[in-house]
Design a binder for this molecule. Structure first.
Ligand SMILES: [Zn+2]
Length: 166
């Protein structure tokens, strides 16, 4: 395996050794747009998936590898949609962090709220959102009313964020 970079080796090991894919995709909410990771989320906003006890990878990265993607040295798995929790393979592309910063600038500040999906919600907003969720309203409708992304509403629905608000 000389010349293989660690990422490639990881993907090969994953594909060959564990039934990772099946378990991974059972935690993904697919839609016409982004495919949202519904499993654990790290403090930096990325999805996390435990391959085996003690080995945790970011979910979008794993999705990219499971779809057959590889990385060159210095490259990372980036999003075309700026949605950290999106794991849809065709929303993922390889690039360097510098390219990522440049892409963000080109896409403009409107993507900011997606990268910090709950940043602009107040505690009162969250209470209203929870009430509307109880009524069974579609996440997408609530999200557009509050100007946040659908995954943000999904997070609140699962109690993954704002759990301190009663
Ligand atoms: Zn996406």
């Amino acid at each position: 395996m000389a010349g293989e970079n660690p990422s490639t080796l990881l993907s090969l090991r994953l594909a060959g050794t564990w039934r990772v894919g099946q378990r991974f995709w059972s935690k993904v909410q697919k839609s016409d747009g982004c495919w949202i990771w519904t499993g654990a989320v790290s403090s930096n906003g990325y999805g996390e998936f435990t391959i085996v006890h003690g080995t945790v990878v970011t979910s979008h990265r794993l999705s990219y590898f499971l779809a057959g993607g590889t990385l060159s040295a210095g490259q990372e798995v980036l999003h075309t949609c700026d949605n950290y929790l999106c794991v849809r393979p065709d929303h993922l592309y390889p690039g360097t962090q510098a390219e990522n910063m440049r892409d963000w600038r080109e896409r403009g500040v409107r993507s900011w709220s997606k990268r910090h999906p709950t940043a602009k919600l107040t505690a009162d907003d969250v209470r209203v959102i929870r009430a509307r969720l109880k009524e069974g309203e579609m996440h997408r409708l609530i999200a557009s009313d509050f100007g946040v992304c659908t995954s943000c509403i999904s997070h609140i629905a699962r109690g993954a964020r704002w759990s301190s608000i009663a």
